[in-house]
Design a protein around this ligand. Structure first.
Ligand code: F6R
Length: 623
């Protein structure tokens, strides 16, 4: 989830900015989308001039003050959230091609970059970076060079028709001063319309300081901007149009996509977080292709035990993983809080696979636990959202989630992306060990592929859950119950409420109720119950329905999350929210969403700082 900005302008006596000022201001506003590196390229004096630097925008600004750029009215800029290739100067965008005459920036993931790269390497192209973007740049450069017409827009069209995955690409060429071309598939792109200048951005915050007239580009569209004009075509070459709108948010809300908080925005980012995490992990035949895993396939196939290490929300993702991996791979999976693991002389050896899960990749408890396990000879695999962070760096292998930067302290989209990544890992291990047929893997991947649209459906129907939250602003305690994969969902629902709304909340395994917690229930006690699919294992569904009845009989206010079409809960739930049908193992990707929305709305109504709850930090780098 990188930030991109493009600019084509003219010098007027009133204008106080050239390309560089626009790009830097745009990147400053887009830095929330990623800050692994930043870079710009401008067209001036018949050449491309580029500067790029790892780290935050300030590093790029220092670089430019030491090595100034010539004045220019055309340029592109990028702030990176690393996916392919760690955060470094060389992996930073822009990437140059056509002998340094073409500059390209990119947001997204190009799934077939390895195949294209292999072909280009055969043609003698040399690559400097590990990125998929440089491959797209090289392909565009080659296409442009081989064309008689030297038409940058058409060259981009030919190029994007060979790419698979999600991308927004922006390019500028020294032979076309005053022109920036851009293409979009599955990644965002907005055009900003000015007077004698036009802009491009991943979102409107990329140009909000300069214009409020914007056009949202549609799927598979290419736009060409000059200072006075813009033209839009589809990837098929036919003329197309975007959706014009006026930006009425202030700059701060623009970064939040118009949402009142980053947390709410990140809840709404979840369809993309899951879709992006799934990208490029399997081929058309249903074979999982985890090229990025650096542990030998045979070693992985032969592990005898998996231990998942994580803290907080990430540990709940691990608890979901246990159900899926044990079912698909028939390998025992233990899930342990990192800080508990370290201090009890755990039994791990060379045949143990440690799977650490961390959004930040910097959580000290998890880092220390991974180090300890490595010392015992275990193989370590990190599921992480932050490219180049310490835990993946120190692990034998890494599987990155592609949720983009998570800014709100309370984790939401990283959680769903982590769960998705554990499914991917489980399916890959099942393939290596021969526990599932490729047809079964393909079916599960197809079910996973439908999840983003189902999350979107939940988000589009969020009014009822928000209203419920507003009506419960005075609640002093809320309980959450679930069984099987619904149990970690219940714990996550409770954690969200505790950490942002400061309301006492507990998540229980529903079967545990009668062993004690049911004593907490008295008149009016709100209890959320996560009900599994009635299409799944009969006993599971009916047991949870019985649990609803048990708490209801003792006066609880029952709030039910159930699967669409499950009429059996209607009689027992004071409030019922339906999530779309999905196989039971995948249900956490849906059932969590209404609970996140509930906590977020409740905390907002109470007037709390949803993004920065008291006493907490985004990255816990102390033990
Ligand atoms: C809760 C939350 C925390 C983190 C935990 C681990 O919303 O965000 O519980 O999940 O601190 O952090 P990471 O995943 O960065 O290791």
């Amino acid at each position: 989830m990188c930030g991109i900005v493009g600019y084509a302008g003219t010098a007027t006596k009133d204008s106080d900015h050239g390309a560089l000022e626009v790009l830097i201001e745009g990147l400053r506003r887009l830095e929330y989308r990623g800050y692994d590196s930043a870079g710009v390229a401008v067209v001036a004096d018949g050449a491309i001039h580029a500067r790029k630097k790892a780290g935050k925008l300030a590093n790029l600004e220092n670089e430019i003050s030491e090595n100034p750029l010539p004045a220019s009215l055309t340029g592109i800029g990028h702030t990176r959230w690393a996916t392919h290739g760690g955060p470094s100067d060389v992996n930073a965008h822009p990437h140059l091609a056509d002998n340094g005459n073409l500059a390209v920036i990119h947001n997204g993931i190009i799934e077939n970059f390895a195949e294209i790269k292999a072909l280009l390497v055969k043609d003698g192209v040399e690559f400097l970076s590990e990125t998929d973007t440089e491959v797209a740049a090289a392909l565009l450069g080659k296409t442009y060079r081989e064309q008689d017409t030297k038409d940058l827009t058409q060259a981009l069209r030919t190029t994007v028709n060979q790419l698979e995955g999600a991308f927004t690409l922006l390019a500028t060429h020294k032979d076309h001063p005053g022109v920036v071309v851009a293409a979009r598939r599955n990644s965002p792109l907005v055009l900003g319309l000015g007077e004698g200048e036009n802009f491009l951005g991943s979102d409107v915050s990329g140009f909000i300081d300069f214009t409020r007239r914007a056009v949202e580009l549609g799927q598979d569209q290419i736009v060409t901007i000059t200072p006075d004009q813009h033209s839009i075509i589809g990837f098929d070459g036919n003329p197309a149009a975007g959706k014009e709108f006026t930006v009425d948010w202030d700059a701060a809300s623009a970064e939040k996509g118009g949402f009142p908080s980053f947390m709410e925005k990140e809840i709404y980012d979840q369809p993309a977080a899951v879709a992006d995490t799934l990208l490029g992990r399997s081929d058309a035949e249903g074979r999982m292709t985890l090229d990025e895993l650096r542990i030998d396939a045979e070693e992985l196939a032969n592990v005898t035990k998996i231990v998942v290490l994580a803290c907080g929300t990430s540990a709940y993702a691990g608890s979901v993983a246990k159900y899926a991996i044990e079912k698909w791979c028939r390998i025992p999976v233990e899930v342990e809080l990192s800080h508990e693991f370290r201090y009890r002389e755990p039994i791990v050896d060379e045949s143990t696979l440690i799977v650490s899960i961390s959004q930040s990749g910097e959580t000290m408890d998890t880092l220390m636990a991974v180090r300890y396990a490595k010392e015992q000879g275990a193989k370590t695999l990190s599921i992480c959202n932050t490219n180049g962070s310490t835990i993946p760096r120190e692990s034998d292998a890494v599987l990155y989630t592609h949720a983009g930067p998570e800014i709100a302290v309370a984790s939401t989209k990283a959680f769903l992306a982590q769960i998705t990544a554990t499914y991917i890992l489980g399916l890959y291990l099942a393939q290596l060990r021969g526990n599932l047929f490729s047809g079964q893997i393909k079916d599960i991947m197809a079910d996973l592929g439908k999840i983003p649209a189902k999350i979107q459906d939940i988000l589009d129907r969020s009014d009822d859950i928000r209203e419920l939250a507003r009506s419960m602003a005075e609640a002093s305690s809320v309980l959450f119950l679930g069984r099987h994969v619904g149990y970690p969902v219940a714990m996550e629902g409770a954690l969200k409420l505790k950490e942002i709304a400061y309301i006492h909340a507990e998540g229980f395994a529903a079967g545990e109720l009668k062993h004690g917690p049911i004593a907490l229930i008295d008149e009016g006690q709100p209890v959320f119950v996560v009900v599994p699919s009635p299409r799944g294992r009969d006993s599971l569904h009916s047991k949870v329905v019985s649990n609803i009845q048990e708490v209801r009989a003792r006066g609880a206010k029952t709030l039910v999350i159930a699967e669409e079409g499950d009429e059996s809960v209607q009689a027992y739930g004071e409030f019922v929210f339906y999530v779309p049908e999905t196989p039971t193992l995948l249900m956490p990707l849906l059932a969590t969403v209404p609970l996140q929305l509930f906590a977020c709305e409740l905390a907002t109504v109470k007037g709390y700082d949803v993004d920065q709850p008291r006493n907490l930090a985004k990255s816990v780098t102390v033990e």
